[in-house]
Design a protein around this ligand. Structure first.
Ligand code: ADP
Ligand code: MG
Length: 143
């Protein structure tokens, strides 16, 4: 476990970029934190470091979106970004709802993983927690 203090959104993006160096195809990253903590900001940093060119924002009308980036060897890498905030739980949903966003061929980054509950644990390889620490300060814990 490593803990970092960031002082701006830019610093959280940079931390996401450094964190991305330890990620591999097939990895699943859970990102917890309150609304406005900086989860999407962190994801943006990961995606930019992996050569995603378009905008990285929380998906508004779907629970997830998939970007095309590049891995360390310059090979194409899919990055799926989910935000389960709008769902109360996955219990009332089609069990396959989020399955398409996971796979050996891609990296999966998930905001509000609490909603999906314990079934996600078996798939999880990394955990990120972002906490407010006054003003623009955030405590970021990487596992
Ligand atoms: P979340 O996805 O957790 O709801 P966002 O990443 O969408 O949060 O928004 C975080 C907001 O807080 C952004 O407007 C960002 O610029 C701002 N911010 C200020 N300081 C920080 C920081 N240290 N880390 C991350 N975001 C920060
Ligand atoms: Mg978000």
């Amino acid at each position: 476990m490593k803990r970092f203090l960031t002082l701006s959104g830019r610093e959280t993006e940079e931390l996401g970029g450094e964190f991305s160096a330890g990620l591999d195809r097939g990895d699943v990253v859970l990102i917890r934190g309150e609304l406005g903590a900086g989860k999407t900001t962190f994801v943006r940093g990961v995606c930019q470091a992996l050569d995603v060119t378009g905008a990285v924002t929380s998906p508004t009308f779907t629970i997830g979106q998939t970007y095309e980036g590049k891995d360390r060897d310059g090979l194409p890498l899919l990055i799926s970004h989910l935000d389960l905030y709008r769902l109360k739980s996955l219990e009332d949903e089609d069990p396959g709802l989020i399955d398409d966003y996971f796979g050996d061929d891609r990296l999966t980054l998930l905001e509000w993983p609490e909603v999906a509950g314990t079934p996600l644990n078996a798939r999880t390889t990394h955990r990120v927690v972002i906490e407010h620490d006054g003003g623009d300060r955030r405590l970021v814990t990487l596992n």
